[in-house]
Design a protein around this ligand. Structure first.
Ligand SMILES: Cc1cc2nc3c(=O)[nH]c(=O)nc-3n(C[C@H](O)[C@H](O)[C@H](O)COP(=O)(O)O)c2cc1C
Length: 211
């Protein structure tokens, strides 16, 4: 019975979201070619996800424009429910804006990097499951994680920031009605070193066949 219900929900998923008449304007993506002059040799994925850590001290060193563009492109390449892409990314250059950015999140390291980005959701544009669950935050999180892993691959540090002041974010970034700030990260070259990864044991988190 329960399985049937789940199958029903899957059945309404569009075969090809671009052909469903959804109010999403989509375009073929023309993205920058991978740059052979990248400073960091592209890592194996397994190494990349181990290397990423929350960086809480940054150098002032500028990010080359082409590096920033590749990182931003990763956000666009992320999958979204029904390909709705119900989001936007605000790229903020921190120089001269430190005081107002600190109103959003007061940590000193938040404004040390040359760039801070804010991933925003547009819940009204997001796909909703038949039972009403809105997938906006899921879509934004996936896109943000794409960006964060691309940044890691470029030798840049990041730190997810969710504990920000949403009112200050709305005001400082000029977010219109319907645009919700979900997560920030600084983008910059790390000035600290990774600590030990603290994680729960696999037995506590991974379930096979049933919970
Ligand atoms: C959704 C989300 C929100 C987070 N918000 C904050 C935050 O506001 N401030 C902060 O210092 N770290 C924040 N973090 C970072 C986590 O503390 C960090 O990812 C976790 O402790 C694991 O450490 P690691 O990223 O170094 O592996 C956030 C992480 C996630 C995924």
């Amino acid at each position: 019975m329960r399985q049937g219900a789940v199958a029903g929900i899957i059945a309404v998923w569009p075969e090809n979201a671009n052909k469903t008449g959804l109010p999403t304007r989509t375009f073929p993506v023309t993205l920058g070619a991978a740059n052979p002059k990248k400073e960091v040799v592209t890592m194996e994925f397994a190494e990349l996800i181990r290397r990423r850590y929350s960086v809480r001290a940054y150098q002032r060193r500028e990010i080359p424009e082409e590096v920033l563009q590749r990182v931003v492109e990763a956000f666009i390449l992320a999958p979204t429910a029904a390909n709705r892409q119900p989001f936007g990314l605000v790229v903020i250059h921190t120089a001269g804006r430190e005081a107002e950015l600190r109103r959003i999140y007061p940590a000193e390291w938040f404004v040390q990097a040359p760039v801070v980005v804010c991933a925003c959701g547009l819940p009204e544009k997001a796909w909703k499951r038949r039972d009403g669950k809105n997938y906006c935050d899921v879509d934004v999180a996936i896109a943000m994680d794409h960006l964060i892993l691309a940044a890691t691959d470029e030798g840049l540090g990041t730190c997810w920031v969710g504990a920000f002041d949403p009112e200050a974010a709305r005001h400082v970034l000029g977010l219109p009605q319907g645009v919700e700030p979900i997560a920030f990260t600084p983008l910059g070259y790390p000035a600290d070193a990774p600590g030990k990864k603290l994680r729960k044991k696999a037995e506590e988190l991974i379930h096979y066949e049933r919970w």
